[in-house]
Design a protein around this ligand. Structure first.
Ligand SMILES: Nc1ncnc2c1ncn2[C@@H]1O[C@H](COP(=O)(O)OP(=O)(O)OP(=O)(O)O)[C@@H](O)[C@H]1O
Ligand SMILES: [Mg+2]
Length: 582
């Protein structure tokens, strides 16, 4: 019995040993399997592009895969939160971990963005997702998570966002511009003096293209030969808009009436000529414009003159602006009439000036002649006729008669704007002649005429009659002036001096009272005179003659008293003088 128990025990032990050996083998097998699974899991974990992590229930890192080290270049990550946070962008640490803490508090899945410093020092945007792991009782055991590099996607989104923003602001800008343009356009539309009209040519353009396809090239000639085609074509031009001012110009009470009148051709808004110009040029080119002055026939048949400006755009819309210039045109016509009236008046004025000049200039020689004739008569009445004296008197009368004839011819030529033939005039001789001519007048006023001529000066190129008129007028004025001073002071000096190498200066200085400073500007005005029997044209005649010779007649007062009149003239070049002599 004992043996049987012993055998049984031995058998049992044997069985147990065998069983034990078997289970150890299985255990080893299971461990190997587990190791294989673990390393596979690790390989899998490290092969995904994200970095994977496991955190404890209170948020501390427990496992971080190799991807983190690869991305950041941080070799030893371990489970240190400081190391992990240190790779975060400083601006993102606080908001990211606050959000992470909130997710742990309420135990929901966590999603958050942050920038991570890469091994090359740049920051990449990362997207972290963490999921809680629960125990059977529902308590959070820890967190599993994956963080993906979303930088490229993020930047692409940002670029799209920036582009969108740019697009938005561009659209806003354009809308604003469009609004402003529209507003400006509407302001023009509301202008009561500016007619604005819009025409749509698109239908007409299509019809024209069809015509061209049918072989019509010279459209203008075609319409000329086929007026019915023109009429048909023009009805295709649509009047799309017009303002009150344009409607009024056309004789409508408001724009609506004109628009309701329908197609443009029916509204008679502008002349056929304008219309064809507008029509053909808008169809010939895609955009452009032109301006013209034309006539508008109003609905009541009356006509308006308008300045028109036409612009057409690529979309076959023509904008026409028009300003009523009927009044301006009428004013222009009136102005032309006034101008021709003025021309007539000025011709009459010239005749007046002609008469006045003649009356003025011939006065002195006529007076002289009258005295000489009277003296001659007395000589003839004497018993002893002094023939020599008689002859000299008659010679003087004859000279004065010739002078009068010359003066009349010279004035007539001047008024007809024709210059008589100029010649080389020796001014010194002319001054002496003037003294002789006015000798009697000077004696009558008890004034002395004194000449001071520099010898050897070259002559000037002038009409001698005119130059003599200047000298006579100036000396007569001086004689009139000196009568206001005591007899012993009545002197008139006639100077001739060089004025530079090529000019001479003539100066007539008197000892009279001078010219009041305020009158210095006025004395050359036509008909300005302070004399009871004066005409006030002597100085004006002198000035115009001197200016025609490229000189300038000036008047001023001498410090010691008396007036001075002076002018300079070009002398004849020495070569011309030799040629003339030859
Ligand atoms: N030498 C002078 N001294 C002072 N005043 C002068 C002198 N010469 C001209 N005047 C002033 O200039 C005015 C205009 O002279 P101007 O020769 O044009 O006309 P007038 O001598 O008055 O008349 P007329 O046309 O008949 O010569 C004179 O009335 C006079 O007041
Ligand atoms: Mg005078």
């Amino acid at each position: 019995m004992i043996e049987a128990v012993a055998i049984a025990l031995v058998l049992l032990v044997g069985v147990l040993i065998v069983a034990l050996l078997g289970s150890r083998g299985r255990l080893r097998e299971m461990r190997r399997h587990l190791d294989r699974s673990k390393s596979e899991l690790e390989r899998l974990g490290n092969s995904v592009p994200q970095f994977l992590w496991k955190a404890s229930a209170d948020g501390l890192a427990e496992i971080v895969n190799h991807r983190f080290s690869e991305m950041t270049g941080i070799a030893e990550v371990g489970t240190s939160m400081e190391v992990i946070q240190g790779a975060f962008h400083p601006d993102d640490v606080e908001p990211f971990f606050a959000e992470w803490a909130r997710a742990r508090e309420i135990g929901r899945e966590f999603r958050g963005y942050h920038r991570l410093r890469m091994a090359d020092g740049t920051y990449h945007w990362m997207h972290a997702v963490g999921c809680p792991q629960y125990s059977e009782s529902g308590a959070i055991l820890g967190w599993y998570g994956a963080t993906s590099d979303v930088d490229a996607e993020f930047r692409a989104q940002e670029e799209v966002r920036a582009l969108n923003q740019e697009l938005k602001s561009l659209v806003e800008e354009r809308t604003l511009e469009l609004k402003k343009t529209r507003w400006r356009y509407r302001t023009l539309f509301d202008d009561p003096s500016l007619g604005v009209m819009e025409l749509d040519f698109s239908e007409a353009k299509r019809a024209l293209e069809t015509l061209r396809e049918e072989g019509v090239h010279d459209v203008e000639a075609h319409f000329e030969h086929h007026p019915d085609h023109w009429d048909a074509m023009i009805t295709k031009v649509m009047l799309t808009d017009l303002n009150a001012a344009f409607a009024e110009m056309c004789g409508y009470t408001d724009g609506g009436d004109a628009l309701r009148a329908g197609r443009f051709g029916g509204t008679q808004l502008c002349s056929r000529e304008t219309l064809s110009k507008l029509f053909l040029s808008s169809l010939a080119s895609d955009s452009g414009g032109f301006s013209l002055t034309t006539e508008i026939s109003k609905v009541d048949g009356s006509r308006l003159v308008v300045a028109c400006s036409i612009h057409y755009s690529q979309d076959c819309i023509a904008t026409i602006t028009a300003v009523d210039i009927t009044e301006r045109e009428t004013a222009h016509d009136l102005m032309l009439a006034a101008q021709s009236e003025l021309a007539r008046a000025s011709r009459a004025g010239s005749i007046g000036a002609f008469s006045a000049s003649i009356a003025h200039e011939v006065n002195q020689p006529l007076t002289s002649m009258a005295i000489d004739i009277e003296t001659t008569r007395r000589l003839v009445d004497r018993p002893e006729v002094d023939r020599a004296k008689l002859k000299s008197m008659l010679d003087r009368v004859s000279r004065n008669a010739k002078r009068i004839a010359d003066i009349v011819t010279s004035i007539r030529e001047r008024i007809r704007n024709r210059r008589r033939d100029a010649q080389a005039v020796k001014v010194c001789l002319m001054i002496e002649d003037t003294k002789t001519l006015l000798h009697r007048e000077a004696a009558a006023r008890r004034a002395s005429l004194v000449t001071h001529c520099t010898v050897g000066l070259r002559p000037v190129f002038a009409d001698p009659v005119e130059l003599q008129q200047v000298l006579v007028n100036l000396v007569v004025n001086a004689l009139d002036a000196v009568v206001d001073v005591p007899e012993e002071k009545r002197t008139i000096d006639l100077h001739l001096d060089p004025d530079g190498p090529d000019r001479i200066r003539v100066r007539i200085a008197d000892s009279g009272p001078g010219i009041p400073p305020d009158d210095l500007d006025k004395i050359f005005d036509p008909f300005y005179t302070t004399k009871t029997n004066g005409m006030g044209i002597g100085l004006q005649i002198c000035r115009s003659i001197v200016e025609a010779l490229d000189g300038e007649l000036r008047a001023f007062n001498r410090p010691e008293g008396g007036a001075v009149f002076e002018f300079s003239l070009n002398t004849v070049p020495a070569s011309a003088e030799i040629a003339a002599a030859g």
